[in-house]
Design a protein around this ligand. Structure first.
Ligand code: HAM
Length: 435
């Protein structure tokens, strides 16, 4: 047996319904907020992600899957969605028809990280990107969309942490102060932070190694260095969240792990002990220079991405299942080859008419086939053998009431439909009996 690569996993049939339900919920929420789906390639030219020599983020410097294709082109498996979406936005000139593009995506991302619960090398993100507006209201809208998803999934104890990295002027002033401050503690900094001190001092605040040291906690805070414009902008975002009754915590150490952010940054954390360090289920922020850095027109953007595995893990830890148990309309127990031939024919008629059906393809005993009808959660079981074939009849059992009747084989479809319709009148279901 050849095992799966480290940090990957299989979604088995009994789990895929949860994924389907999560995807459905995401689509519904995106519709409410008028975000349109975009699908971009899973691999991109390496330059999309490795565009800046000075990038200090772990994701870009240590975690990408990079390779040369057979024509010696540099290719990278996407580690995140934002840069690829921005590349597509520029290449397809989406800005020509719409000054503001609100886009969403779902799909696999790849990061060479140390695998653990909630952290994989291939994982899925749901993300949104709003391109073309620098309104603080759209920052708040993105966070509100995230909160709506959390609510729709029934997740509890989620904290929104938020901060502002300000505009360039504020950041460069703050960087200067930070460099001065941390230079006094150079010997105490980890190797990564020594490098960050030169390339991107802000990222020191994101360090998981150094953050518990006393000098670290006493480091200057960005909020004290925001200029009026950045301060006002941040206050408007916070006031808008207040007006929508969305709770948040301002965390002045939050800088985020990616280098493209400015102004608003945020993370959504769950309080689930089993999650350990991987308790950030979603995160995002504003990136006003990414479009121009990737060769597009001056365009501001803001977005957010959730780890879909973490969303599902969080719902499972909350004891919730998103999807109802799978069921089918009819299970056919056909005894003997002739009966089986008839069953596959009737099943096809039923399926064309919209009823889900199954039969045993293993010639099992009557008892084992009844068990399979149960396992499939069949609403009806249809039983017939060679004797019934001669009279053109079958026995049909309603598995909810246990009532059994003998009916004509040719009327199986109409019989089930009629029963489902009657049940739907009582229960408020649609014609096919699905609620
Ligand atoms: P990120 O914080 O790198 O941001 O990832 C977003 C989310 O993806 C994380 O909060 C986490 O839930 C999930 N995630 C990240 N790495 C892994 C992993 N190895 N295994 C499982 N889940 C993971 C971004 O990717 C930005 N592109 C978000 C964004 C969109 N900013 C603006 N627009």
């Amino acid at each position: 047996m050849i095992p799966k690569p480290k940090g990957t996993y299989d979604v088995l049939p009994n789990e895929s319904r949860e994924w389907e339900k999560l995807e459905d919920t995401i689509r519904k929420i995106c519709k409410l907020y008028n975000y349109k789906e975009i699908r971009t390639p899973i691999f991109e030219s390496s330059l999309v992600f490795h565009r800046d020599q000075n990038d200090t983020s772990d994701m870009v410097t240590k975690e990408t899957y990079d390779f040369k294709d057979r024509s010696d082109r540099g290719i990278t498996l996407r580690p995140e969605g934002t840069a690829g979406v921005v590349r597509a936005y520029i290449e397809n000139k989406l800005y020509v028809d719409n000054p503001v593009n609100k886009l969403f995506y779902m799909g696999p991302m790849f990061r060479y990280e140390r695998p653990q619960k909630g952290r994989n090398r291939q994982f899925n993100q749901f993300g949104v990107e709003a391109l073309g507006s620098d309104s603080p209201f759209i920052d708040a809208e993105v966070i509100a969309l995230g909160a709506s998803l959390i609510r729709a999934l029934g997740l509890k104890d989620v904290t929104v942490k938020i901060n502002s990295l300000g505009d360039e002027e504020s950041r460069s002033k703050y960087k200067e102060v930070l460099v001065n401050y941390f230079s006094n503690y150079q010997d105490c900094l980890c190797e990564d932070c020594k490098n960050r001190l030169v390339k991107n001092p802000l990222r020191i605040l994101d360090c998981k190694v150094d953050r518990d040291q006393e000098f670290f906690k006493k480091a200057p805070k960005i909020n004290d260095y925001l200029n009026d414009l950045s301060k006002n902008r941040f206050n408007t975002v916070l006031k808008t969240l207040d007006s929508m009754n969305l709770k948040y915590v301002v965390d002045d150490n939050l800088v985020r792990g990616l280098d493209y952010y400015c102004h608003t940054v945020f993370e959504l954390e769950v309080d689930i002990p089993e999650f350990g360090a991987q308790n950030v289920i979603g995160a995002g922020g504003r990136y006003d220079k990414l479009v121009s850095d990737l060769g597009g027109p001056e365009t501001k953007g803001v977005g957010m991405a959730f780890g879909m595995e973490r969303l599902l893990l969080a719902t499972a830890f909350g004891g919730k299942k998103l999807a109802k148990e799978d069921s089918i309309h009819a299970y056919f127990i056909a005894l003997g080859e002739k009966a089986e031939a008839m069953a596959i024919k009737i099943m096809n008629i039923c399926r064309i008419g919209g009823l889900s059906c199954e039969m045993d393809f293993l010639n099992g005993s009557l008892k084992s086939q009844f068990k399979k009808a149960d396992k499939n959660n069949a609403k009806f079981t249809i039983i017939f053998g060679e004797n019934e074939l001669e009279t053109g009849t079958c026995n049909i059992k309603d598995n909810q009431t246990d009532e059994q009747e003998t009916i004509e084989l040719i009327s199986v479809y109409n019989y089930i439909l009629d029963k489902l319709n009657k049940a739907s009148l009582c229960n408020g279901c649609n014609v096919k009996g699905e609620k």
